[in-house]
Design a protein around this ligand. Structure first.
Ligand code: COA
Length: 272
């Protein structure tokens, strides 16, 4: 598959694939071309056997400064065909492709994260920020709303109070605050960001991929269900997993724990 695009870089390292927004001189603002590149890359990576875990991040001092005010908004104002195509690609990769990606996804927020970039943060399974990162639902300052599906994303992930506060005031907040309000899982000093993100990526890479995929689909899907629906769905999902898992993870785990007594999953870090 293609590793070099006009606006992004794809780097593969031992099962972990990095997709890096690569317009640092424009703070990785999302141009129509960036949307086309991301749409293509994520489509390819979904079926790529070398990709066990996906990390998205930005080159330079920014994760992404949101939609490109010049090339995405102003320059498509009189070009309805390009606007339509870019909007479709933008919505498709930032939500459908990422939230339904068949492998675990991590957003590593290294710097500025504004407006439309909240969608890809919310779409990823896990988000880890630099303490020094700057987040902002800045749309109100530009006379627009958190559109695309940003308003929906933030009310789903953040509390209603925080979502409406930051959307209405447009006030920025740092990575530590993003962790406190649970927009991201946690934050670490920028100098440790890559190392800490890789630890989680490697942990996920080494788990049973079928169990991992079924787990994230289950946790995501039950949120819209009643108790009875969830119970039925989860029973069916487990049956599906056991039938489909090529590694036979459940049988293997039970026999290692009950017969060989060689398996104590989850307790490794407590022993050190
Ligand atoms: N759309 C288009 N261009 C953008 C952009 C955006 N969202 N964000 C940054 N850029 C461009 C700037 O126009 C500038 O281009 P130039 O060098 O051709 O003049 C370049 O990126 C660098 O930006 P600059 O503002 O000089 O960098 P900075 O490090 O001082 O500040 C930000 C970075 C992200 C704080 C600032 O650029 C900013 O506030 N951007 C807008 C973010 C935003 O509100 N996005 C949501 C829009 S709804």
């Amino acid at each position: 598959m293609k590793l070099t695009y006009d606006t992004i870089r794809v780097e593969k390292d031992n099962g972990v694939t990095w997709v890096i927004f690569n317009r640092p001189e424009k703070r990785n603002a999302m141009s129509p071309q960036l949307h086309f590149d991301m749409d293509d890359a994520l489509g390819e990576l979904a079926g790529d056997d070398e990709t066990k875990v996906l990390i998205i991040t930005g080159a330079g001092v920014s994760f992404s400064a949101g939609q490109d005010l010049k090339t995405y908004f102003r320059e498509t104002a009189n070009n309805p065909e390009l606007r339509q195509k870019s909007q479709e690609a933008s919505n498709r990769w930032r939500w459908r492709r990422l939230s339904q990606f068949p492998k675990p996804t991590i957003a590593m927020i290294n710097g500025y994260c504004f407006g439309g970039a909240f969608t890809q943060v919310c779409a990823c399974d896990i988000a880890i920020a630099a303490d020094e990162a700057t987040f902002g639902l800045s749309e109100v300052n530009w006379g627009v709303i958190p559109g695309g599906i940003v308003s929906w994303n933030v009310t789903e992930v953040m509390s209603y109070r925080d979502a409406i506060f930051y959307a209405m005031t447009g006030l920025p907040f740092d990575g530590k605050k993003a962790a406190e309000i649970k927009l991201v899982n946690y934050s670490v000093p920028l100098e440790k960001l890559r190392e800490e993100t890789l630890k989680i990526a490697n942990l996920l890479r080494d788990k049973n991929p079928a169990a991992l995929r079924a787990t994230r689909e289950a946790v995501r899907t039950v949120r819209g269900m009643t108790h009875d629906q969830a119970q039925q769905y989860l029973a069916a999902k487990l049956t599906e997993l056991v039938a489909k898992d090529k590694d036979k993870g459940m049988q293997k785990g039970l026999s290692q724990f009950l017969d060989d007594k060689s398996y104590r999953p989850g307790f490794e870090s407590l022993k050190n």
